[in-house]
Design a protein around this ligand. Structure first.
Ligand code: HEC
Length: 123
């Protein structure tokens, strides 16, 4: 009985990282966003990069008043989990000629940042 409980708890603990990898942590993503994206982006103002509120679900290159590179303006994708993952892994690979050079090589970091961009806090 006690052993069964212990096994159940341990399997929950070891299963947790796999779940996090899939879904991403919006809380951790918010911190990463501040640290790594905040120099150029904010939710509500165009800075070096375009504003991000509502970016998950929006067409690429669609923020009014931001001067996109032709590469991003003509990219013709909608930002979702898959396209954002490709973008963050290598913006210049996905859109050669883009002016965003920031690469996020770690898959968990990308999943967490995307979870944040998908969350109500970013809409
Ligand atoms: C050094 C400045 C800089 C940093 C740091 C940066 N970006 Fe960008 N980002 C840009 C610029 C500039 C563009 C517009 C690129 C273009 O027009 O080709 C852009 C565009 C984007 C777009 C496309 C938005 C749209 O409206 O289509 C997304 C999404 C994005 N960035 C996400 C991020 C995330 C997430 C991070 C942090 C991991 C990040 N960026 C870090 C400068 C930056």
């Amino acid at each position: 009985m006690k052993l069964a409980l212990l096994v159940a708890i341990l399997s929950l603990i070891f299963a947790a990282p796999a779940v996090a990898q899939q879904q991403g942590s919006a809380t951790r993503g918010a911190t990463l966003y501040q640290q790594r994206c905040g120099a150029c982006h904010s939710m509500d103002a165009n800075r070096v990069g375009p504003m991000h509120r509502g970016v998950h679900g929006r067409r690429a290159g669609a923020v009014a008043g931001f001067r996109y590179s032709p590469a991003l303006r003509d990219l013709n994708v909608t930002w979702n989990d898959a396209t954002l993952d490709r973008w963050l892994a290598g913006p210049t690979r996905m859109a050669p000629g883009t002016t965003m050079g920031m690469v996020t090589p770690n898959a968990q970091d990308r999943a967490d940042i995307i979870a944040y961009l998908r969350s109500p806090a970013a809409h």
